[in-house]
Design a protein around this ligand. Structure first.
Ligand SMILES: Cc1ncc(COP(=O)(O)O)c(C=O)c1O
Length: 402
């Protein structure tokens, strides 16, 4: 993989921050956008800017074709069947769609049980937790000493559950969930399995059919795509049974004052004008990833993370939270220092280094590790070893000075 060549696709990497070269290590929040994605979005606005599925004129037809191609390309990318990929605003909207639609469809009722875990981002915790107000029990599975979901506890709590919703990969402690194990437990108990794959899909090939989840959620902006578009992947037979929770233009095949009939999948769940330019961008992002190959993406992620862990663990006063060396882990390093994480973030920003600080929208977990939050460096394939070494060098210097 020619990183120098790849980096040319990301013009933002040449910009200066506070007079210093940008070192972007906040990829778990949002990845950078390559020229190819920006060009695709521009192509929509410059050539075919019109609403989809509603016009017979050329512009509308052109935009509709690309929008449909984006669906087909995403279905192929995640190994889903036609109609199983619904474009949402982001992973958050996808997870809310699952919880609200199951509730609206009476597939989740008062007295039922939902299980989630301590690993979750708020997007896969609050939409379920909220159901408690409607009389649905929500149980949370803890983590083991290696920051992985406690599978024994999951097995116990899954008994009698209607839905189990887990993170496929953590956005904080970097652990990767054993989805094979989880799927066996959840389906053994006749529950539905929902996977928050926001931190998984950008880094590893996912086949929806193979992992046999019932629902899967992710965002385009964490995998080179634009903000404003994400995906809910759901088994066709379930989506067909479910009532949409957002209603409006596009969701019905026919509507009269007396009755209405839902449109086919995925449109039933795509109410209103969607992010059409976003779909152009998502398609270009997937094309980019396919061309680069997940082997390259995974190898570079591992190399950078291992290097960072090796360097950072040698810095006095730095404590890393995450799976033990040798465990499978994501391209994230979550750590604590003697400095408040936001102060550290500000000091590193003066050197042009962008890290994340705070609760990372995973407060139930992160607040138990440090009530004031933690710092996080996260990598993607366009980051370099030099950037990692620059970051750890500056971290060391900063901590020495305080
Ligand atoms: C694991 C995980 N789930 C869900 C989300 C929510 O993604 P979005 O804000 O794009 O909806 C994030 C975002 O950081 C995440 O890391």
């Amino acid at each position: 993989m020619n990183i120098t060549k790849i980096r040319k696709d990301f013009p933002i990497l040449t910009r200066k921050v506070n007079g210093k070269k940008l070192v972007y290590l906040d990829n778990a929040a949002t990845s950078l956008t390559p020229n190819q994605v920006v060009t695709a979005e521009r192509c929509y606005y410059e050539n075919s800017c019109a609403n989809i599925h509603r016009g017979v004129h050329n512009l509308s037809e052109e935009a509709s074709i690309v929008y449909e191609e984006a669906h087909a390309c995403t279905e192929k990318f995640v190994g889903a069947k036609k109609g199983e990929v619904i474009f949402t605003q982001n992973a958050t909207a996808a997870l809310n769609t699952v919880s609200y639609s199951l509730k609206n469809s009476n597939m989740l009722k008062k007295g039922d049980k939902v299980v989630t875990t301590l690993l979750e981002h708020h997007s896969n915790y609050l939409p379920w937790k909220h159901l408690e107000k409607m009389g649905i029990k929500v149980e949370v599975v803890g983590l083991d000493a290696n920051f992985e979901i406690d599978y024994n506890e999951l097995e116990k709590k899954s008994k009698g559950a209607k839905v189990v919703s887990v993170s496929g990969a953590s956005n904080t402690v970097a652990s990767i969930t054993d989805l094979k194990k989880v799927e066996a437990i959840v389906h053994e108990n006749d529950a539905l399995l929902c996977v928050d794959a926001a931190q998984l899909v950008p880094h590893t090939p996912i086949n929806f059919k193979k992992i046999n989840a019932d629902f899967l959620a992710f965002s385009a902006h964490k995998m080179l795509g634009p903000t404003g578009i994400g995906c809910l992947v759901g088994k066709r037979e379930l989506l067909e049974k479910m009532e949409p929770f957002m209603l409006g233009g596009g969701v019905v095949r026919e509507v009269s004052l007396a009755k209405s009939a839902w449109d086919d999948l995925p449109y039933k769940f795509e109410a209103g004008t969607p992010d059409i330019a976003g779909a152009y961008g998502l398609k270009a992002a997937i094309d980019y990833i396919n061309k680069l190959g997940f082997d390259n993406i995974e190898t570079q992620g591992k190399t950078l993370t291992q290097l960072c862990l090796k360097e950072i663990e040698g810095i006095p006063g730095v404590k890393v939270f995450g799976p033990e060396t040798g465990s499978t882990r994501g391209s994230i390093v979550l750590f604590d220092t003697k400095l408040n994480c936001h102060d550290l973030g500000i000091l590193l920003n003066e050197e042009g280094i962008a890290i994340r600080s705070g609760m990372h929208c995973a407060e139930p977990l992160v607040s138990t590790l440090n009530k004031d939050g933690l710092a996080r460096a996260s990598f993607y394939f366009y980051n370099t070893k030099e950037e990692v070494l620059f970051f750890t060098k500056k971290l060391k210097e900063t901590l020495k000075q305080v």
